[in-house]
Write a protein that binds this ligand. Structure first.
Ligand code: GDP
Ligand code: MG
Length: 177
């Protein structure tokens, strides 16, 4: 794998952000292929977990409804991310709410870091009217990947996406040095 040899000991921070129950833990488990320790930050009303997978460090942010805290804490923790995923469950309401997360992340990271939306639960599109990933992309105006996080066969495709994005991140980083 090209990336593995390029990054050596560099830590890559991948932040996975989204409202509760959209599938962040499921996506993380799929990537990490195991469950890990959970660290709660109760005062802030959200849940932070760090998971190692291969050479990457995944930081998973699980936000409650505390909108007044949202921006402040996102800023504290998202800084330094190499790649940000905003996960939605592809329901219209959640996708619209997630626009705020994308806006905040863009504001915080400026041009530094790719922000990619995940239109999760694509298996439910036909069943309950969730939006397919193209519709989600139209609403979010952001690069969007459709996903069914409960389907472990999707792991390879998701890994490929992460590797492609991070290769570009590392190229930019090397050009700056
Ligand atoms: N049908 C379906 N269910 C999913 C999918 N991804 C996650 N779920 C389910 O959605 C619920 C919430 O998932 P979880 O990963 O705990 O959400 P989190 O709060 O964002 O970490 C669980 O019951 C999952 O099994 C998916 O792609 N399709
Ligand atoms: Mg979770």
């Amino acid at each position: 794998m090209l990336l593995r040899s390029t990054i050596q000991d560099e830590t890559i921070k991948v932040s996975i952000i989204g409202f509760p129950a959209v599938g962040k833990t499921t996506m993380t488990k799929m990537l990490a292929q195991k469950e890990t320790t959970k660290k709660y930050v109760p005062t802030a009303g959200f849940d932070l977990k760090t998971v190692k997978f291969g050479p990457y460090k995944l930081k998973i942010w699980d936000f409650g409804g505390q909108k007044n805290y949202l921006k402040k804490y996102l800023e504290d923790f998202v800084v330094g991310s190499d790649l940000i995923f905003i996960v939605t469950d592809s329901t219209p309401k959640n996708v619209l709410n997630s626009r705020q997360l994308i806006d905040y992340a863009k504001e915080i990271m400026e041009e530094e870091c790719p922000i990619i939306a995940i239109a999760n639960k694509q298996d439910l599109c036909k069943k309950d009217g969730r939006m397919n990933h193209n519709r989600v992309a139209d609403l979010l105006h952001t690069k969007t990947i459709g996903l069914t996080a409960i389907d472990s066969d999707e792991r390879i495709r998701l890994m490929k996406t992460i590797e492609n994005e991070l290769e570009q991140v590392l190229e930019r980083r090397n050009r700056k040095e």
